[in-house]
Ligand binder design. Structure first.
Ligand code: OOB
Length: 557
């Protein structure tokens, strides 16, 4: 018997399905509209893979690290692993933190959990004890899936630390050498019938870049996410001949679904997994696997353009380079086609939902100078002033959005949701944009208290809270400072209690607290007091201006 086909099991599932508390559904009339228009098709990720595997079992789905998996193999691996996870005690509705590098097991684990109706919480490889501990605690995760080592870091050590504090965590599952933990490879067993999740259920959690003291979790349903994957694959013209190279972390929304690896699998194409984003490794993959499309953040795009001058790899298969996650300068944008011989596509998206693309047949001025337009005719866009009044077309304002794949609320975050969403369900993106008459968006800046460090998002308040825990720090403000390579880096303005400690002591303190390295301030400045605005708030604008001027003077000196 194939999993998911047993009516009795399905009935059992219906009865005991844990309604997910803390998830804000779409209003019923909109959900009905999305279903009626075929926007939501009632399909789950588990079924999608089953269908593709039935259609073309022998076609290669995944390539990475000495591995080639066909659709049929991936389908079987997902079934076998789902059975093993179920036997281990993982139930439908359970949360499982997944922190894996770009390896094939990421897909085994996600599809196994999708089939089981358990919910992956997609952490990034850079996360450490502070972040992972929080994800475990906030979601009540029962399991944590890691690789043994990656990039010189031992995740088993991290897992042992997390295990000591996470009260709900029962299993740590390791891809590779498990030490005394559970080997992922031991969990592939004969398939069993499993209850089937419904397409309207939450499928998994993405992480928000955030601007608040603790990270926010983003619940995505099969219906809504699959729609964004399908529509993205169409916009990017993916088909069975497409070869998508995953360079950025696979779990990130850009790499996963815009159109990303899921888009490639949706289209029956091939996903190639690069362990490192370096031009050396990625260019070799492009040549070897005849990669047709890949996605980068702007600093990596610059690095690739530079390396392409001297690279001897044949990259003629590459048709589209997508760049997103942070603002791409028109100057770098212009160099893409001459240097790589492929089209540029700008992508402006967010894990909360809305994704904008320049279209492949757009004229150069749009592709080079805008961040694209929304995926869907059902995406509603508003650009408003500080009072939530719509501004004129072409004026800069706050971007608000609502639609068939944009969440209605963060997970278990009522108080924050009241601020992050309007009463009628628009998500306040925190981005400042201008909309052109043709409906394209140009990102002009940001109102949210976040630093975008070359695509990696840092919530200022989260880092400030960590720094404030240091006994020698009385007050703290984290702001962005301009950086030629990353676009922005972070600068912490600190007020000492007595004698200021050395900057490296603050960095070491943050690392000891288990904060991801990219969040550790790139620069520390000590002040007697933080400047305030007329209403008594910390004047971050003044701090940003001060450090930018200081850097500018330094550069000219
Ligand atoms: C992507 O997703 P997140 O969740 O890591 O970050 C979203 C934020 C946006 O609100 C915006 O502030 C910034 O990242 N952003 C851009 C941008 N793309 C994202 N800012 C300027 N220009 C762009 N092209 O970053 C993401 C998700 C899906 C697809 C692509 C990127």
């Amino acid at each position: 018997m194939r999993p998911g086909e047993d009516a009795l099991e399905r009935a059992v599932w219906k009865e005991r399905r844990p309604s997910l508390d803390g998830f804000t559904p779409w209003p019923p009339e909109l959900a009905a509209l999305y279903r009626r228009t075929g926007t939501w098709r009632g399909e789950t990720f588990g079924e999608l893979l089953r269908e593709r595997a039935a259609r073309h079992p022998d076609r290669i789905a995944l390539v990475g690290d000495g591995r080639r998996l066909s659709y049929g193999e991936l389908d079987r691996r997902a079934d076998r692993l789902a059975a093993g996870l179920f036997r281990l005690g993982i139930q439908p509705g359970d949360r499982v933190v997944v922190q894996l590098p770009n390896i094939a097991e990421f897909f085994d684990v996600c599809f196994a959990l999708f089939r089981l109706g358990a919910l992956p919480v997609l952490a990034l490889p850079a996360h450490r004890r502070s972040e992972i501990g929080y994800f475990c605690e906030h979601t009540g995760a029962v399991a944590y899936v890691i690789a043994d080592r990656d990039g010189g870091f031992d995740y088993r050590e991290l897992a042992r630390q997390v295990q000591r504090e996470a009260t709900t965590l029962k299993h740590v599952i390791v891809a590779g050498d498990p030490g005394d933990l559970t080997a992922l490879s031991s969990l592939y067993i004969d398939p069993v019938a499993l209850p089937r999740p419904a397409a309207g259920d939450v499928a998994f959690f993405q992480l928000s870049g955030g601007s608040t003291g603790v990270p926010k979790l983003i619940p995505r349903t099969h219906d809504d996410y699959l729609y964004s994957v399908r529509a993205s694959a169409e916009i990017c013209a993916l088909d069975a001949e497409s070869v998508y190279l995953a360079v950025l972390p696979v779990a990130h929304n850009f790499t996963l679904s815009s159109p990303g690896s899921l888009g490639a699998l949706y289209a029956g194409g091939r996903v190639v997994l690069s362990r490192r984003p370096s031009p050396d490794e990625a260019f070799a993959w492009i040549e070897r696997e005849k990669v047709t499309i890949t996605a980068l953040v702007p600093p990596l795009a610059s690095l690739w353009l530079e390396s392409a001058r001297t690279a001897r790899h044949d990259m003629s298969s590459l048709k589209v380079l997508q760049v997103g996650g942070a603002r791409l300068s028109a100057e770098v944008a212009r160099r893409v086609r001459p240097a790589l011989g492929c089209a540029l596509q700008q992508v402006f998206g967010m894990a909360e939902g809305l994704v904008n693309y320049t279209r492949l047949d757009d004229p150069d001025d749009i592709t080079l100078e805008t961040q694209g337009r929304p995926i869907s005719p059902h995406d509603e866009i508003r650009v408003v002033d500080d009072e939530d009044e719509d501004v004129e077309t072409g004026q800069v304002g706050h971007l608000l959005t609502r639609g068939p794949y944009t969440i209605r609320g963060y997970y278990r975050a009522d108080a924050h949701n009241a601020k992050a969403f309007t009463r009628d369900g628009f998500y306040r993106t925190g981005d400042l944009v201008r909309r052109t008459p043709a409906g394209y968006l140009i990102v002009e800046g940001r109102a949210k208290d976040q630093i975008n460090r070359g695509g990696e998002k840092i919530a200022a308040e989260e880092v400030e809270n960590h720094v404030l825990a240091h006994p020698a720090v009385r007050d703290a403000a984290l702001v962005s400072m301009p950086d030629a390579l990353l676009g922005e880096r972070s600068c912490a303005f600190l007020v000492p209690r007595g004698q200021p400690p050395a900057a490296r002591e603050i960095s070491a303190f943050l690392r000891e607290r288990g904060v991801a390295q990219y969040k550790v301030p790139d620069r520390i400045e000590w002040l007697d007091a933080l400047p305030t605005t007329s209403v008594g708030k910390v004047d971050k604008k003044a701090l940003r201006r001060w450090i930018a001027e200081r850097l500018d003077q330094g550069a000219r000196a």
